[in-house]
Design a protein around this ligand. Structure first.
Ligand code: 9MR
Length: 387
């Protein structure tokens, strides 16, 4: 159809596929990948209807999937509406901050499991799985860490930490994000490793060590490697996909007890998706014998229009376009959003809008009413192949 058009011209020929494949906009042409730009077109005609009233966890379960959300203990304990919504919609719960070093280990010799335990028993009481986040990360380390941990004692601290925390929850954790965000090709280090305190203290083997220690302390939990910036069609994300795949290959070839990749999926509402590259990446990960979890899904709407109805459609389009690509891969077993209601989202602080209007990145609005994002997730689950 575009035989005589230049690649550049072709790049700008989009056809709306709202009624066809569900994607909002796609670039077509012979030699270029189809690209989804969920925000580019006026998608006022796109159909976001869903059938029935089933909550997200039920729609997910019908396909052999798990749906859930991250949440803070304080807000869960104090906000009745949030509590009711989490219980209604979620099959898995993960603590947003409570099990990070900063909170779980206030002093070198003190572990504080009070908030995590509260959440674990909440999950149990409401028939939800519980997912641990996270044992090894470069952020949210306690104040004392820099003063106390050095090259001589770092291994002892790491092993002691992972053993104590995973043993405490052994038998209660569905999965653990063991190592979080260890790759950052932009740092320019070998194998794309991130310049993290753990790398400086222990060298690259800290990653494998973390999985071996976790597996010993909790042999039943699914051990996840969790990573951000893997989803979009940018050179930066492509470099990260390549480096992460190499890391996973290396860990598996050494017999490391690693069971799954977590793709965080903090998506940019104004970003684009390359279905071919994303699918290939997921299928390469699956071919290593790994499961895949979408661990922190939300959509950053900072650069989207002010009108909340227009914006909601764009955000929902991104959700559905993304999930329809990702759920095609049968190794994907779970989808967790990073929060459930717009009332409580880390993005209010981190990516506020310049027009001052509240961000709208999650399935429920700030009054806990389902938005089009909820429909988009429901539709993606309803259309997903069964596991
Ligand atoms: O949502 C978390 C926020 O409350 C914390 O202040 C922040 C600290 O960096 O971490 C947020 O959660 C992060 C998660 O643990 C790892 N992936 C990125 C998430 C968003 O920053």
């Amino acid at each position: 159809m575009f035989k005589n058009s230049s690649p550049n011209r072709r790049r700008f020929l989009y056809i709306a596929l709202s009624g066809l494949a569900g994607a909002t906009a796609i670039a077509v042409g012979k030699n270029i990948d189809p690209i989804y730009y969920s925000h580019t077109l006026d998608n006022s005609k796109r159909d976001f209807r869903v059938t029935g009233q089933d909550p997200l966890k039920k729609r997910a379960a019908a396909k052999g999937l798990i749906y859930g959300a991250a949440c803070g203990q304080g807000i869960l304990a104090s906000d009745k509406n949030l509590k009711a919504s989490i219980v209604r919609e979620c099959g898995v719960l993960t603590p947003e901050n409570e099990l990070k070093w900063q909170f779980v280990r206030p002093r070198p010799d003190v572990f504080d499991f009070s908030r995590g335990d509260w959440m674990a028993s909440f999950a149990r009481a409401h028939n939800m799985l519980f997912q641990g986040h996270t044992l090894v990360w470069h952020q949210q380390l306690p104040e004392w860490f820099k003063e106390v941990v050095n090259r001589q004692n770092a291994e002892k601290f790491l092993v002691e930490h992972i053993t104590t925390v995973t043993k405490h929850y052994a038998g209660q954790m569905h999965a653990w994000d063991v190592v979080n965000e260890a790759i950052k090709p932009k740092d320019g280090l070998k194998a794309g490793l991130r310049q993290s305190p753990w790398l400086k203290l222990l060298g690259p083997d800290y990653i494998e060590l973390a999985y071996r220690v976790a597996a010993q302390a909790d042999p039943k939990a699914m051990l996840v490697y969790n990573e951000n910036d893997l989803e979009h069609n940018t050179p930066e994300h492509e470099a990260k996909r390549t480096a992460v795949l190499k890391l996973l290959e290396r860990l598996k070839s050494r017999g490391t007890p690693l069971h799954a990749l977590g793709i965080q999926s903090h998506l940019l509402g104004h970003g684009s998706l390359n279905p071919r590259k994303l699918r290939n990446f997921l299928s390469d990960v699956a071919s290593l014998g790994l499961k895949i979890l979408v661990t922190e899904l939300d959509v950053i709407d900072q650069k989207l229009p002010s009108d909340s109805m227009v914006r909601d459609r764009m955000i929902a389009a991104m959700y559905e376009d993304y999930l329809s690509i990702v759920l095609d891969e049968r190794a994907v077993i779970a989808v967790l959003t990073w929060g459930l209601s717009d009332k409580h989202t880390w993005l209010s602080m981190v990516t506020p809008r310049s027009d001052g209007s509240p961000v709208r990145p999650l399935p429920l609005d700030s009054n806990f009413k389902p938005k089009l994002v909820w429909n988009a997730i429901a539709r993606a689950f309803d259309q997903a192949p069964k596991r």
